[in-house]
Write a protein that binds this ligand. Structure first.
Ligand SMILES: [Zn+2]
Ligand SMILES: [Zn+2]
Length: 253
């Protein structure tokens, strides 16, 4: 995992890319700090021969997950009185329930540590938008040389999708059917598949250097090109999820 200094620098440098997400930067840094601490503690417990889910179950059975959730809860003001209930609520996406956000952030720290371990063996290949590690659907693509990779907004895992612009939702590869919209700078762009109507964000400019976990947030800048793509309000918003999990605040069109 990239260090806290890199995280802070990237927040300062690219904050204007996600100004509409209303991220509380100080809290994002505070959460990152504790997540990194927990990720390094989780690291020695994780077994990449087993699934992420099995690892989370194991950490939960040892009482570590509850302990870590309580620590995060102390930072974000979300008390975890009943770890079992908080875990259930976190997994079911009921983040307004007490302790659920703290628990989800603890699970995320574990997931990030697990994804990091896998990435040490190299970037995987998976021709879809679904994260091979945690199963969530990504909306963030990054260009890496001749490759287009996806990045998970939750665990930070990165995987290769294709070596040209292909829709990661339906596999459409006809360049006429997949449009990419942006401004002259071509730093962050919005892609749209006219076959399945999916949209996703693409960090095109490889000089944008930031910790992987921040790239989905930086990619939110692409939302300003929705008008060019002549789109409606869009679909499930991975960036919104990211900012909800990491820091309070919603996304404004
Ligand atoms: Zn993931
Ligand atoms: Zn498609």
């Amino acid at each position: 995992m990239e260090g806290l200094d890199e995280f802070k620098k990237a927040i300062a440098k690219y904050g204007h890319f996600f100004k509409h997400a209303r991220v509380d930067k100080a809290q994002a840094i505070s959460v990152e700090e504790i997540q990194q601490t927990i990720a390094s503690r989780a690291r020695v417990e994780l077994d990449t021969g087993r699934s992420l889910e099995e690892n989370v179950e194991y950490l939960n059975s040892k009482g570590l997950l509850a302990q870590w959730a309580a620590e995060i809860g102390g930072r974000i003001g979300d008390k975890v009185d009943n770890p079992g209930k908080a875990l259930e609520a976190a997994l079911e996406g009921r983040l307004e329930e007490q302790g659920a956000r703290a628990m989800l952030l603890a699970i995320q720290a574990v997931a990030r540590s697990y994804a990091d371990k896998l990435l040490e063996r190299g970037v995987g290949y998976e021709p879809s938008a679904r994260c091979p590690v945690c199963g969530l659907e990504s909306r963030t693509m990054v260009r890496r040389g001749r490759w287009f990779n996806m990045i998970c907004h939750f665990c930070g895992y990165e995987w290769r999708v294709s070596n040209r612009m292909v829709c990661p939702y339906c596999g459409e590869s006809n360049p006429v059917a997949v449009g990419v919209y942006g401004d002259k700078a071509r730093r962050v762009m919005l892609a749209k598949c006219h076959t399945c109507n999916s949209t996703w964000r693409v960090v095109m400019d490889e000089t944008i250097r930031a910790p992987r976990i921040l790239l989905p947030l930086i990619a939110l800048k692409a939302e300003q090109f929705q008008v060019f793509a002549n789109l409606g309000s869009g679909r499930g918003d991975a960036g919104l999820e990211w900012s909800q999990i990491h820091a309070e605040g919603g996304y404004e069109e």
